[in-house]
Design a protein around this ligand. Structure first.
Ligand code: SF4
Length: 282
């Protein structure tokens, strides 16, 4: 009898400890747990989808993603999300854009033609985050309008099947680094509040990180793209799911990676419950 009582007491203690741990996670903003990162990502089933352009290859590049998991844990609305109506979100995004246009928090304010805060639907289900504006974006004030931007538009409209106007597109940095150099740590730190505000107001169901700089900013990791692809990652601060894939500029230089990117987008589409085309295209 004493043994049974000890086991019962032990079970109750473990149950209480688990409950406390889960409550602590939720209180700290963690609402889902990442799957283990694959050490050696499995190659996805061969499927050719050249929805982005004319030259996708049938062969997946090294580091192709594992097949998508069948089901996902839905993120909750962030605990500290602002009170949000579509009108309030649109007004807040416009205010963010105005503040970015006047911002002098880092030295890029002295070299930019104009800030490129981002654009899209205030209630978008998907928010794309790139690295920084390039020359075309710096000239026009709009994100992703150059060659890489045109590819991103095809990814959204031909691949995902949504008008570009129904998603939100922005960058980690709102101003162009001279010569398109990599963002510097202090520039990313200075600009981060704008991105966080945009995420908090749009409240996307899925954030797509385009390239390693966006992935690092959103997930706080320096892990390479090959280790981050193929699975959805909950952000530590709000539990929103992040999908990591290649930057369109990389795809322009490495068209064989387009099929991997398509696998990534399909993972996000399944998560959102969007239909994924089953037909092959060439
Ligand atoms: S990059 Fe960001 S922090 Fe730097 S000046 Fe532009 S808006 Fe401000």
């Amino acid at each position: 009898m004493a043994g049974m009582a000890d086991r019962a007491a032990g079970d109750a203690h473990r149950s209480a400890a688990l409950e406390l741990f889960l409550e602590t996670c939720v209180d700290s903003g963690l609402h889902a747990f990442p799957r283990a990162l694959p050490d050696a990502p499995k190659r996805a089933p061969a499927q050719v989808h050249d929805l982005f352009g004319a030259s996708a290859s049938a062969s997946a590049s090294p580091g192709a993603a594992a097949a998508a998991p069948a089901a996902f844990a839905r993120p909750r609305v962030p605990a500290r999300a602002p009170v949000r109506t579509p009108e309030a979100a649109a007004a807040a995004l416009a205010d963010i854009a105005e503040r970015a246009a006047r911002c002098t928090r880092c030295k890029l304010a002295h070299t930019r033609t104009q800030a490129v805060p981002g654009e899209g639907a205030a209630d978008a289900r998907i928010l794309f985050v790139g690295e920084a504006p390039g020359a075309d974006e710096d000239r026009t004030g709009r994100p992703f309008v150059g060659a890489a931007g045109q590819l991103l538009t095809r990814m959204i409209e031909h691949g995902i099947g949504l008008p570009r106007s129904q998603v939100f597109i922005c960058n980690v940095l709102k101003c162009r680094p001279p010569g398109n150099r990599d963002p510097e740590p202090e520039e990313k730190a200075s600009c981060a509040p704008f991105l966080e505000e945009q995420i908090a107001w749009v409240q996307p169901e899925l954030i797509v990180a385009l390239g390693r700089h966006a992935a690092a900013q959103l997930l706080g990791t320096q892990a390479p793209i090959a280790r981050l692809r193929g699975v959805l990652h909950p952000r530590p601060q709000d539990g929103r799911m992040v999908l990591v894939t290649f930057h369109p500029a990389y795809l322009l230089r490495n068209p064989n990676a387009k099929s991997d990117c398509w696998q990534d987008l399909q993972l996000g589409m399944r998560y959102l419950g969007l239909p994924t085309p089953s037909r092959k295209t060439s």
